[in-house]
Ligand binder design. Structure first.
Ligand code: ARG
Length: 455
């Protein structure tokens, strides 16, 4: 493709390090789509004749069928998907194939193909995020009032409900969804026609190719068009944040399914056994969601590192932009699907969760709040008195509600029998009616909010 200036071909190692066909063949559809749009535009403005355009179109369509059927012979010496397809085109249709590359370069071609690929991945993942939100919402709707412990530091903090906990993830995923949509807006400008880096002297119509490829507009600066990969970085960042969210739920599932917790059970379809320990039921899918987050976060740092310090415009370093993106899209697709599947498979153990909701003096805040409300104590004093009551209960080996009124009055003489009304986990949860709080009435309202939003 550049033989004019060279007396010899590249050495074997040069060819090997240079080639991206091993992975960028994934973009064959996008490459053909881009070339079809480019050829149609070239013909429309009169740079190539209509017969050439017809031949190019027919040739590219045939090549698409060859690749689809697994009959295309990818050639490493042709470096990448762009040169592979172009060479095959010329092989098939002759002269006209050699006219296709007029007014463009592989630099704007690869930027266009990659944007198209990432855009498709964004659309697919956004749909999957929505599905995962529905799966969380399904559990939430059934368990608006199902008590469970709310943790901080993974220590019992205050009683909450399973529904409220599920809706926390719906909120996180809704932001991931909007991040994906938002990143798509910035991605959706077409670099095709920036050519090598400075644009072209041919009277091309970049608005036409942009529109044909579903972009909102052509990019405004040719140097930026071939030099920038922030659309891919933003995609990876969005995926990394989403995977990080999923990894937290995955971690919770590994804890909740441990028999010492026993909060939930996963069925045969979403767990694995052990070849030596017959009793085992391992949450491998959850562990892999947690684990794959590592490579997704790594891909983000990888591409940031490739791009940092690169002088404008294109440099071959940028060929390293693709594998992490392809791998991330595949990994996050699996993570979202597995998370949704686990949610739909989940069997909560209501008794275990309710018992745990009351353990660890989880209603101590309610006792302190009662002292403030009923005895008009300053909160700091109420906190101290409650701490002493907790210490006493702990020493006696009982929960707060297991103390007698007299035992409490030995520490705070003003305490009245009505205090027992706030010490159960159910009353604690029900009392948290502040906007966004844990009360089942609130949770039911928020379930409705999300059901309407996702309808
Ligand atoms: N295979 C290259 C890549 O993925 C395509 C662009 C090559 N451009 C060039 N001037 N060598 O980045």
């Amino acid at each position: 493709m550049w033989g004019g200036r060279f007396a010899q071909g590249p050495s074997a190692i040069m060819a090997e390090i240079n080639a991206s066909i091993g992975f960028d063949r994934k973009m064959w559809r996008q490459d053909i789509r881009g070339s079809l749009a480019h050829a149609a535009m070239l013909a429309h403005v009169g740079i190539i004749g209509p017969e050439d355009e017809a031949a190019i179109r027919a040739g590219l369509e045939k090549i698409g069928q060859e690749i689809e059927a697994g009959k295309f012979a990818f050639d490493t010496s042709l470096e990448d998907i762009h040169l592979n397809i172009e060479a095959r085109l010329t092989e098939r249709i002759g002269e006209a194939g050699k006219r296709l590359h007029t007014g463009r370069s592989r630099n704007d071609q690869v930027a266009t193909d990659f944007r198209l690929w990432v855009r498709d991945a964004m659309d697919g993942l956004a749909g999957q995020i929505e599905d995962c939100m529905r799966a969380f919402l399904g559990v939430a709707a059934e368990h608006t009032g199902t008590l469970m412990p709310g943790f901080t530091h993974l220590q019992p903090a205050q009683p909450t409900t399973l529904g409220h906990h599920m809706l926390a993830y719906v909120e996180m995923l809704s932001r991931d969804y909007s991040r994906m949509k938002d990143a798509r807006i910035r991605l959706n400008e077409c670099p095709l026609g920036a050519a090598a880096l400075c644009g072209t002297s041919f009277p091309i119509d970049r608005h036409a190719t942009a529109a044909a490829l579903g972009f909102d507009a052509p990019t405004r600066n040719s140097l930026d068009s071939v030099a920038s990969r922030d659309f891919a970085i933003e995609f990876l960042a969005t995926c990394a944040i989403c995977a990080t969210h999923l990894s937290r739920f995955a971690e919770e599932l590994t804890i909740w399914t441990n028999p010492s917790f026993g909060f939930v059970k996963l069925g045969d379809g979403m767990t694995t056994g052990s070849s030596i320990m017959p009793q085992k039921r391992n949450p491998d899918a959850a562990e892999l969601v947690r684990g794959k987050t590592g490579r997704i976060n790594g891909a983000l740092v990888g591409l940031l590192t490739v791009m940092k310090g690169l002088a404008l415009t294109y440099a071959k370093d940028m060929q390293e932009d693709k594998e992490g993106v392809f791998d991330t899209a595949e990994a996050l697709t699996l993570c979202l699907a597995a998370t949704a599947a686990m949610l739909r498979d989940l069997k909560p153990n209501l008794a275990r969760m309710a018992a745990a909701a009351g353990a660890g003096f989880s209603t101590a805040t309610d006792l302190a709040d009662w002292l403030v409300r009923e005895l008009k104590m300053p909160f700091r004093d109420a906190h101290h008195a409650t701490g002493r009551i907790v210490a006493k209960a702990e020493a006696m080996g009982v929960e707060l509600a297991g103390l007698t009124l007299t035992e409490m009055q030995e520490i705070e003489p003003g305490i009245l029998p009505s205090v027992f009304g706030v010490l159960s986990p159910a009353s604690s949860a029900a009392s948290r009616t502040s906007y966004g709080g844990t009360a089942p009435t609130n949770v039911a309202m928020m379930v409705k909010f999300w059901q309407e939003k996702l309808a």
